[in-house]
Design a protein around this ligand. Structure first.
Ligand SMILES: [Zn+2]
Length: 330
């Protein structure tokens, strides 16, 4: 035994006391860190809840993919309306499911594919400029499981004075609308951005479904055998059980806003709303869908107006107002 041993013991005791104190401090620091972390997590959770509630359901980001097939030429314009090319009246159809009362609005489920740091995921609008350079008169079912068919894409109407094809006018409006909506932070998917495509009405709906659009807007202009007929009307899907019963109510809400804002913006004749059960592009849709007919290209005055930048701006302005309201962004 060394004579230094008592001192050594004292040193050992001192060291262990110091170590114990250090350990206590360490535990305290850890406790503080855990408490601080908990506060941060709670604040973040509250923030996220508030954001989710204020921004509502979000759409997924999906790029449009489109199947192409060979087009055929021909025209299917009826005197009353270019889009009313159904061979049989909807009510006489034996293949359509029976109508039913609309269910509650069909909000697409939430996705967090695109997350903005401040405002949550952007709303998604799918714009479908009606028709294309060449029609495709091959048949396709007017709705899921239907044996009733209609042409994949009809030819559309044409400016009686300007000669502008409807597909070209629809595209011009659609591209302007995309720019305007993107300026409001809305994610836009176009079913087409050129004339030279071959995309059926069913495929256009499927693009909107795949994009989980908050709104699917189909831009069209009208034609009529009577050149006097003019004005704007907006089409929306009838509630058909198994097809559109989940989107009918919300679609009509959009149609009401679109029609009101288009008339306000343009001063055109208000032809009101039209509920339709025969449109392929409605019946395949799983997202709220509307189809504004932005004017009659067979009316000389309206045809000239629709060819001007100023009037096109008015149309786009009306559509933007309606869409912002519909999406709860205004
Ligand atoms: Zn059309």
């Amino acid at each position: 035994m060394s004579p230094l041993q008592p001192r050594h013991r004292e040193t050992q005791e001192l060291i262990s006391r110091l170590e114990a104190r250090r350990a206590r401090r360490r535990r305290l620091r850890l406790l503080w860190a855990v408490a601080a972390l908990a506060v941060v997590v709670i604040i973040a959770a509250i923030g996220a809840t508030v954001l989710t509630q204020s921004s509502g359901p979000a759409g997924a980001t999906t790029s449009a993919t489109v199947a192409t097939s060979t087009g055929s030429s021909g025209s299917a314009v009826t005197p009353s309306s270019h889009i009313n090319t159904s061979l049989s009246h909807p009510s006489s159809s034996s293949t359509s499911p029976t109508s039913s009362t609309p269910s509650t609005s069909a909000a697409p489920s939430t996705s967090t594919t695109l997350v903005s740091t401040t405002t949550g995921p952007p709303k998604v609008v799918v714009i479908d400029p009606g028709h294309q350079a060449k029609p495709n008169l091959d048949p396709e079912p007017i709705g899921p499981g239907s044996t009733q068919t209609k042409a994949k894409v009809s030819s559309g109407t044409r400016g009686v004075v300007t000669g502008i094809p409807e597909s070209e006018l629809n595209l011009a409006i659609g591209l302007r609308l995309r720019k305007a909506l993107e300026a409001h932070g809305i994610k836009v998917v176009m079913t087409r951005s050129t004339q030279d495509v071959d995309i059926s009405n069913r495929e256009r709906s499927e693009i909107a479904n795949e994009a989980r659009a908050d709104l699917f807007i189909r831009i069209h202009a009208d034609g009529n055998g009577n050149p006097e007929v003019n004005g704007i009307h907006t089409l929306y899907p009838a509630s058909i059980r198994g097809w559109t019963d989940d989107i009918a109510a919300r679609s009509k809400e959009a149609a009401v806003l679109v029609q009101r804002e288009l008339i306000k913006a343009t001063g055109a004749r208000n032809r009101g709303l039209d509920e339709r059960s025969d449109l392929t592009g409605f019946n395949w849709s799983d997202v709220p869908v509307v189809l504004p007919e932005i004017g009659y290209m067979t009316n000389p005055t309206e045809d000239r107006l629709l060819a001007t930048d100023a009037y096109r701006d008015k149309i786009v302005h009306g559509l933007v107002e309606a869409i912002l309201q519909f999406l709860g962004l205004q």
